[in-house]
Design a protein around this ligand. Structure first.
Ligand SMILES: Nc1nc2c(ncn2[C@@H]2O[C@H](COP(=O)(O)OP(=O)(O)OP(=O)(O)O)[C@@H](O)[C@H]2O)c(=O)[nH]1
Ligand SMILES: [Mg+2]
Length: 280
């Protein structure tokens, strides 16, 4: 995999890592947001090394778009590893209470240590981190109960760090999303692009669409036929009457349609990372 092709050139990585390190100095807790459709591909592989000694919780957003069965298998695996985690639709407040109790659990040691040192009443500070477009700002707004952070369905909406005070006990830091290369999995960049966390123009649309169609035919049999009455891009173009000059199928428009339908959950609830072993 050519990491530079995806914006993962060395300068970007150094900058992203430095920013993460600076932000980490300011917080007690990391709230890492991952996309439930790609729990593994969206996880920051360097956070373990960067965040030693910090409390951590993992929140899987966009669970409303992910495959429930896969989500359950992933959660089981993470919980067995002792990770404090939750799945959610970050646009709703449904999990607010559970998130706060998870935060408390994760911070309990730190609060106790502070108490022993006579530090009482200092709020816990949490950094909300994760890949672009995963829902960091949306999550902050839901838990705050008001629009405190700017959101939008494309990567790179939040530019700099921003603090919000949730309560006397907890302050949250919104951060810009960062992507990280995982050299051991060449499919990571494609999966990140399919869920909208890498800018659309970086990987060729045809490559993305071919990957998605093959994945769906293999792991979600019948999905394409049910939605489009066809399983390949030319067939889809024809059945959706997307035709170019000479009544040829307009595959470019068909690709855009399929990718857009997937991103917005119109192909059903689909998870691109495989929960059992081989993530390919
Ligand atoms: N369906 C669904 N959509 C979500 C969820 N969380 C966020 N979104 C949508 O995803 C898009 C991105 O949300 P943001 O909160 O701007 O994402 P972000 O992580 O702050 O993105 P950057 O600031 O660009 O790094 C928005 O259109 C949200 O409405 C979720 O749990 N489910
Ligand atoms: Mg944001």
């Amino acid at each position: 995999m050519q990491a530079e092709n995806y914006g993962w050139y060395p300068g970007h990585m150094t900058k992203a890592r430095r920013m993460m390190e600076e932000n980490l100095k300011l917080v007690d807790l990391i709230i890492e947001l991952c996309d439930a459709r790609i729990p593994l591909s969206s996880m920051n592989p360097d956070i373990d090394a960067l965040a030693t000694g910090k409390a951590r919780i993992l929140l899987f957003t966009k669970a409303d778009l992910a495959d429930d069965k896969a989500t359950a298998a992933f959660m089981k695996r993470f919980e067995e590893q002792g990770t404090l985690c939750l799945t959610m639709d970050a646009r709703t407040k449904a999990k607010n209470k559970e998130v706060l109790s998870l935060v408390k659990k994760a911070c309990s040691e730190r609060i106790e240590r502070n108490r022993r040192r006579g530090i009482i009443g200092r709020p816990m500070r949490a950094m909300v981190a994760g890949i672009p477009n995963v829902g960091k700002s949306t999550f902050i707004n839901s838990i705050m109960g008001r629009s405190a952070a700017k959101t939008g369905n494309k990567p790179g909406v939040t530019r700099g760090r921003q603090w919000v005070r949730l309560s006397a006990d907890l302050e949250l830091m919104d951060t810009p999303g960062i992507t990280w290369p995982k050299f051991d999995d060449p499919d990571t960049a494609i999966r990140l692009a399919l869920v909208g966390s890498i800018k659309e123009d970086i990987i060729h649309r045809q490559e993305l669409c071919d990957y998605l169609l093959t994945f769906l035919r293999t792991h979600y049999e019948g999905t394409l036929a049910a939605k489009y009455g066809a399983e390949d891009i030319e067939g889809i173009a024809r059945s959706k009457h997307l035709l170019a000059a000479g009544a040829e199928p307009d595959t470019e428009r068909a690709q855009r349609l399929v990718l857009d339908d997937f991103k917005n959950g119109r192909l059903g609830r689909i998870t691109l990372d495989l929960p059992l072993g081989d993530n390919r």
